[in-house]
Design a binder for this molecule. Structure first.
Ligand SMILES: [Fe+2]
Length: 257
């Protein structure tokens, strides 16, 4: 799987400068001697890295510690055996909408009947619940027989998600590429990585991607409609859109509004 395994040196693909995993410059090939390169002068820029239950989080300029940022999430997933799930699949999907348009969409289930007819048919939508907590939004619904989702979807401030399957999960990072372009990087994890379970795993992977493709379509047209300039905010559903309210209030306070 791309990104997995070990590498002895970090080599920049541009001019082939190589660095140790400490960030120290090891070699600057074909550079010449004028001026001489002093390795200590040219380390990689440091990036803050923190780990929580096997997941790695990188931050260029963190404002808080990871554990503070995660808020009540560790308690929410205390009984979930995350460490037994191994990464098996990755997918990156891109779409022409702002990352906040997509996040507004992810943190509510209100759009499921209109946007995801098959998904709607596979859950007890009348029992769909959305609650906002410190650091995350939780959505739950009892799945009907045969759905690949287990019925719990989580979104964490500022830009990652975790959804449960039977015996696994997916994690995604919502990556703002530009004001009108977003990449979503998915990693899928399963406890059973055997060949015998490959079909079941593929069903969860493909099922997830089919649902989010329906979301991208509405997000692209929502983004376009915002840009048209005719939009003014409307009311949020107290039952279904507490997550939207939470996300938007976190964005506002991060921006000092
Ligand atoms: Fe959706």
């Amino acid at each position: 799987m791309n990104g997995a395994g070990e590498c002895g040196l970090i080599v920049c693909p541009y001019h082939k400068w190589s660095f140790a995993d400490t960030g120290r410059l090891v070699q600057a090939p074909w550079f010449g001697r004028d001026p001489a390169i002093i390795p200590e002068d040219w380390p990689l820029e440091p990036v803050h890295l923190a780990e929580w239950r096997g997941l790695l989080f990188a931050a260029v300029d963190p404002q808080t510690s990871l554990i503070e940022q995660l808020g009540d999430l560790p308690a929410e997933l205390a009984d979930e055996p995350l460490e037994t799930y191994l990464p098996t699949d990755q997918a990156t999907v891109s779409f022409d909408a702002n990352w906040k348009v997509y996040t507004d969409n992810f943190v509510e289930g209100y759009h499921i009947p209109g946007t995801h007819p098959s998904f709607y048919a596979a859950i007890d939508f009348e029992s769909f619940e959305t609650t906002a907590h410190s650091g995350f939004v939780r959505m739950t619904a009892p799945p009907k027989e045969g759905l690949f989702y287990r019925g719990k979807w989580l979104w964490m401030w500022p830009n990652w998600t975790l959804s449960l399957f039977d015996g696994g999960m997916n994690v995604s990072r919502i990556d703002p590429v530009s004001v009108d372009r977003t990449d979503q990087h998915y990693t899928f994890f399963f406890a059973d990585t055997s060949e015998a379970a490959a079909t079941a795993r593929a069903r969860s992977v493909n099922g997830t991607l089919a649902v989010v493709r329906e979301d991208y379509e509405v997000c692209v047209s929502t983004h376009r409609n915002y840009q048209a300039g005719g939009y003014s905010p409307g009311p949020l559903s107290g039952r279904h859109e507490k997550g939207v309210q939470y996300f938007q209030s976190r964005v506002s306070s991060a921006l000092g509004l």
